[in-house]
Design a protein around this ligand. Structure first.
Ligand code: AHR
Length: 306
């Protein structure tokens, strides 16, 4: 296929579709479903694209395999939402050698930015800082025992959300008594929270910081099953602001949510089009996030797009 840009399909003019391979992480969360939908909408035939979609079920090796497959098919461009930050040098070099531009969306990598054309996503560290500042402001003066549900080990959002939060609570009375991965899934959050509750008891935990809403929602089930009142007996802070998370915030079961906007499709498609047209693009493109208290969530929940 040609690199002549995103011409309209089906116009009888013989414009070829731009073939794009998209290596998605998997389908671990509500955020991920919204992101996949946004990408499929933007990379549609109506917009001049033929999308080759792969979801790697959170397996980093399988995701690299999918990118190699895109290279051998000779797609026009590759978009990756990297499961983990490390391990990308070789396959990014292979794409570069094949003359196929790579655009990263959502998560970042530790490879040199010479190895990809551009990235679009959220400032995960800032999300962690915003969450931590709210914790510090509300609980920082009283001894507070906190447990953490981490995202997928080695992923940029798990690393950066931990770092940002820890910086913000440094020097406060909040103490991290345990921190384990729940893999960004509802089941993972539930299982790990059950373990925390067995180990420390309902009374031994004051605060939960979950790296995403899905894990917080799983933890809520575990807290309720243990006879506790989520949002009261154990205060909960999470990240994403997907619909179910916002509903739990409105219902008083979560106390604060920092947004992570999954609607990155149009921006990613715009970058692909510009890169293939040899236009200059920014290496890093940040999308702004908001944050919500229970009162703020009640005001906006009906107008949210995801
Ligand atoms: O990379 C973004 C994170 O991945 C979202 O916060 C989480 O829900 C998703 O699985």
């Amino acid at each position: 296929s040609s690199n002549t840009g995103a011409g309209a399909a089906g116009d009888g003019g013989g414009d070829e579709l731009v073939t794009v391979g998209f290596a998605q992480t998997g389908s671990e969360s509500g955020w991920r479903s919204a992101n996949t939908e946004s990408m499929k909408d933007a990379f549609s035939e109506d917009n001049g694209f033929e999308l080759v979609f792969n979801a790697a079920d959170n397996d980093p090796a399988a995701q690299i395999g999918a990118v190699r497959d895109f290279i051998s098919r000779g797609v026009d461009a590759i978009v990756i939402a990297p499961i983990v930050e490390d391990g990308w040098d070789d396959v990014l070099q292979e794409a570069s050698d094949a003359g196929i531009p790579v655009i990263l969306e959502d998560r970042t990598v530790t490879s040199s930015d010479d190895l990809y054309a551009s990235w679009v996503g959220l400032d995960f560290k800032k999300e962690g800082v915003t969450a931590g500042e709210w914790a510090a402001e509300n609980f920082g003066d009283t001894p507070t025992k906190m447990v953490v549900l981490e995202g997928t080990t080695g992923s940029a959002p798990a690393n950066d959300r931990a770092e940002g939060f820890n910086e913000a609570i440094d020097g406060t009375a909040i103490e991290t008594i345990d921190s384990q991965t729940g893999d960004f899934t509802r089941d993972g959050g539930k299982t790990v929270m059950e373990g925390f509750l067995q180990k420390y008891g309902l009374d031994g935990i004051d605060l939960l910081y979950a790296h995403n809403d899905d894990m917080a929602l799983g933890a809520i089930e575990a807290i309720e099953a243990a006879g506790g009142v989520p949002g009261e007996d154990i205060k909960i802070i999470s990240i994403d602001a997907v619909h179910d998370g916002m509903q739990a915030l409105v219902d008083g079961k979560i106390n604060f949510i920092v947004e992570c906007n999954p609607l990155l499709g149009e921006l990613a498609a715009g970058l692909v089009t510009d890169v293939l047209a040899d236009k200059d693009v920014e290496k890093a493109n940040y999308v702004e996030d908001q944050s919500f208290t229970q009162e703020q969530a009640a005001e906006v929940i009906d107008s949210r797009a995801y």
